[in-house]
Design a protein around this ligand. Structure first.
Ligand SMILES: [Zn+2]
Length: 263
């Protein structure tokens, strides 16, 4: 038995009857919400049913969808914060942020050793049925992971780079130390800060050609602000601070280039 594909249908706003572009739930004419977004989750092991018992408010609800053919049994994250988003791509970073907070709370009590991820964002119409396109992880991230696989498997002396790094780490304590700087399963501001310090700060990174001094300074100042959140003293953000994924990407890229320079 196969489920018929969900074909996005053009819809009209339930309030002003204006045409709604596909995959939008906020009417651009009258601003009314015409449904809701859900972030469809995936976890490598169990944990979602437990999370669903823990997060039950409008701000953060983890629940299993019921009665929606295409999405039957899927675990989703819902949040009233999604309601202001006009497009699913705006929901993505919000959903990641909310999920990250939920995971931190879980791990504080549970020692969570895995992390559920947002698979895609689905928009549901006012009747609860899927509408518009599901939006998968953003294009940049996809590109990054394809690049990452290419980078990891690129042959160095007849072995994939990942193997070369592993073997080099076995012999070189500095590489082992560098890898320890990024052992967390998720991006964290203190890691970003430590990596920049390890690589010699903005000047060292500039001299090694791993990044510009200006960008490094901005990333470092932002990381310093967030790693001091528990402090009463103020560490101001720079103007135009990067997001955590952007900063982590910058730090990881510089660190991997440093490691590669030692192979
Ligand atoms: Zn409208």
């Amino acid at each position: 038995m196969s489920t018929p594909p969900v074909v996005p249908q053009p819809r009209n706003c339930t309030v002003c009857d204006g045409g709604l572009p596909i995959a939008r739930i906020i009417c651009s004419l009258c601003g009314a919400s015409n449904g809701r977004y859900v972030a469809v989750l995936e976890s490598p092991v169990t944990g979602l049913p437990e999370s669903a018992q823990c997060f039950v408010s409008d701000l953060c609800r983890i629940t299993q969808l019921d009665g929606i053919p295409k999405l039957e049994g899927k675990w989703v994250l819902e949040s009233s914060q999604f309601n202001v988003c006009a497009t699913p791509s705006e929901v993505f970073p919000l959903a990641n942020k909310i999920l990250s907070t939920a995971c931190r709370i879980m791990s504080l009590y549970f020692g969570l050793s895995y992390r559920p991820i947002v698979k895609f964002i689905q928009c549901l119409d006012t009747g609860g049925q899927p509408c518009g396109n599901e939006v998968r992880i953003s294009f940049t991230l996809k590109t990054t992971s394809r690049d990452a696989m290419e980078n990891l498997t690129k042959p160095i002396n007849g072995r994939p780079r990942a193997t070369a790094i592993f073997e080099a780490a076995h012999k070189d304590a500095k590489i082992r130390y560098a890898l320890d700087l990024y052992q967390d399963i998720e991006d964290r501001w203190p890691n970003v800060y430590d990596i920049i310090e390890f690589l010699g700060g903005p000047k060292g990174i500039k001299n090694s050609g791993f990044g510009t001094e200006k960008e490094t300074t901005t990333v470092k100042q932002t990381a310093n602000h967030y790693r001091h959140l528990g402090s009463q003293k103020q560490f101001p953000l720079p103007s135009k601070p990067p997001s955590l994924p952007q900063a982590a990407y910058f730090a990881k890229k510089a660190l991997s280039r440093w490691i590669e320079s030692r192979l």
